[in-house]
Design a protein around this ligand. Structure first.
Ligand code: 3NM
Ligand code: MG
Length: 518
């Protein structure tokens, strides 16, 4: 077997502790896992004496050879040499890569654990064959994990491997299992660069039936997750093409009357429900996540608005996002005040790590807080940007595009001009009225509007989001210009009227309102 040809897609790391292995026999577990489809095996045993290690490694090697799968030994170059297996895996606290290479030679496979970009860089330059990126999610299996890096951390590593045109292979590790394998593989992709596989311990070793568990995982890592089915990150648009789709999208909402499931803050419940009704959706304000599975089955979209986040609320958001992801239904995330407090920063991080968010919508500082580098920015209230920042147009459109590229979704920055991107095209919308900023909840209700659009028109979420923005902001202009509107107070009911009128006009083929799009 040439080491360039090794398949890392389902990488099994063994564990001999009773808590994970139970009373099973390690060799039987490995053989069952190989039958199920494991493509690479690492023998990891931190406790046994050298003699026992060599004895077990020999037996394992006889088994892996039957399946033409490489056997690597964790840490112990001496054991690998004694049994003449295919290589080793070394951690950051183990023997150096250079020393291992010197002992084992060029043909041996040497993998290195990395959890930071510096470690990755060192491993690549040092001639590692593959890297084990971790720890993705907190795991009880390894008691000395240093960094929990999440899917975004994995993605940053893949960005690095992609930009440096590295040939080093990669797997990720840390609580990967059947529930998240497909999501991790798919969502960590950066610039077309994907992980070569996932590494698991307990998902196979602790399973009652390791063969079935391996079989399941082998299938899942090759299957895109349900929520990926409508993602078209590669789409490139001209403005005119999106505008042509707007009436069709508004009509789709009118005809399908999609559910808009809002997990939103205390301030906007009522007005958000009214906005949903008037753009043609069917609102439900349901903050209890146990309902999410049933609601996700009704074909609508979820809005997670963290305007009044609480510990219990956060757990509900995470569960609901999972339910919608599993059902393949869209999620709109509104990171209200994301940079304002430590609680919100950490809630944002957990929500971003919880699953796929089809649309992220926020003001400048909220969106910046969702970017990997933006977490430390201090934001003042929920309605203001961080002090001393002067975002220019290039920066804003760059920020939406970068975040959308990273997350393979649609990102909206609202402001005097709104910027919307799917990672390729950045679309600017200049509509709206200052009254929208003078009453509470209007930003949040835009999230509700967008949820209706993406639920009714999931095949093109960029166009659906733009349609939502135009419907919403042109309604605000029309309302503000009415003779009976004298300020923010009279504006709100007029705004609901105009949302309704735009929908009905569009359904009847009257598109005069859309001429205001700019
Ligand atoms: N290395 P499970 S995490 C062996 O982050 C190991 O480097 C890790 O076990 C790292 O799949 C880990 O049961 C244990 O969560 C992974
Ligand atoms: Mg180690």
């Amino acid at each position: 077997m040439r080491k360039q040809d090794v398949d890392y897609s389902l990488y099994l790391v063994t564990d001999s502790t009773p808590a994970i292995l139970g009373t099973k026999d390690i060799c039987q577990v490995v053989e069952a896992a190989l039958k199920g489809g494991v493509t690479c095996v690492q023998y990891r045993d931190k406790k046994s004496e050298t003699g026992a290690l060599i004895g077990t490694a020999r037996k394992l090697h006889a088994i892996t050879k039957k399946y033409h799968v490489p056997l690597l030994i964790n840490d112990r170059v001496d054991v690998a040499m004694a049994v003449e297996c295919e290589g080793v895996h070394i951690g950051q606290d183990d023997m150096t890569l250079a020393t291992a290479r010197k002992s084992l030679g060029q043909d041996a496979i040497i993998g290195v654990t990395v959890s930071t970009l510096e470690e990755l860089d060192t491993a690549c330059r040092g001639g590692a064959d593959y890297v084990g990126i971790g720890t993705v999610f907190a795991t009880p299996t390894k008691d000395d994990t240093k960094h929990i890096i999440g899917i975004e951390g994995v993605q940053q590593m893949l960005f690095y491997l992609s930009s440096s045109r590295s040939k080093v292979k990669s797997v990720c590790i840390g609580s990967i299992n059947a529930a998240n394998a497909s999501q991790v593989m798919w969502q960590s992709m950066a610039k077309q660069k994907t992980l070569d596989g996932v590494a698991v311990v307990s998902a196979i070793v602790a399973a009652e039936d390791p063969e079935a568990a391996a079989k399941d995982l082998a299938r899942l890592i090759k299957t895109p997750p349900g929520f990926a089915k409508h993602v078209k990150a590669e789409e490139q648009y001209r403005s005119a093409e999106i505008l042509e789709l707007v009436p069709e999208i508004i009509r789709a909402v009118h005809e399908k009357k999609p559910l808009s499931h809002n997990m939103t803050n205390l301030v906007v419940q009522n007005v958000a429900a009214n906005v949903a009704l008037n753009v043609g959706a069917s609102p439900i304000m349901a903050n209890y996540a146990e309902e999410a599975k049933d609601l996700a089955g009704l074909g609508g979209a979820l809005v997670v608005n963290m305007g009044t986040v609480t510990p219990e609320g956060l757990e509900n958001y995470l569960k609901a996002i999972k339910a919608y992801n599993e059902a393949g239904q869209p999620v709109v995330y509104d990171p209200v005040g994301a940079g304002a407090t430590e609680v919100r920063r950490s809630a944002t991080k957990r929500i971003l790590g919880a699953g796929y968010l089809d649309v992220i919508k926020g003001n400048q500082s909220e969106i910046v807080s969702c970017t990997p580098g933006g977490a430390r920015l201090q934001q003042r209230g929920v309605d203001s940007g961080p002090p001393g920042t002067d975002y220019d147009v290039a920066k804003l459109s760059g920020a939406v595009r970068d975040l959308a590229t990273l997350r393979k979704n649609v990102v909206v920055i609202t402001g005097t001009t709104d910027y919307v991107s799917n990672g390729k095209t950045v679309y600017a919308v200049g509509n709206g009225h200052e009254y929208l900023g003078m009453v509470t909840g209007t930003g949040c209700c835009l999230g509700t509007t967008v949820s209706a659009m993406v639920a009714a028109y999931p095949q093109d979420k960029l166009a659906a989001t733009v349609a939502g923005l135009l419907h919403y902001e042109i309604a605000a202009e029309l309302a503000a210009e009415r003779d009976d509107v004298r300020g923010p107070g009279t504006f709100v009911p007029a705004f609901l009227d105009e949302l309704y009128h735009i929908r009905m006009a569009t359904v009847q083929g009257d598109l005069a309102w859309l001429k205001r799009a700019n």
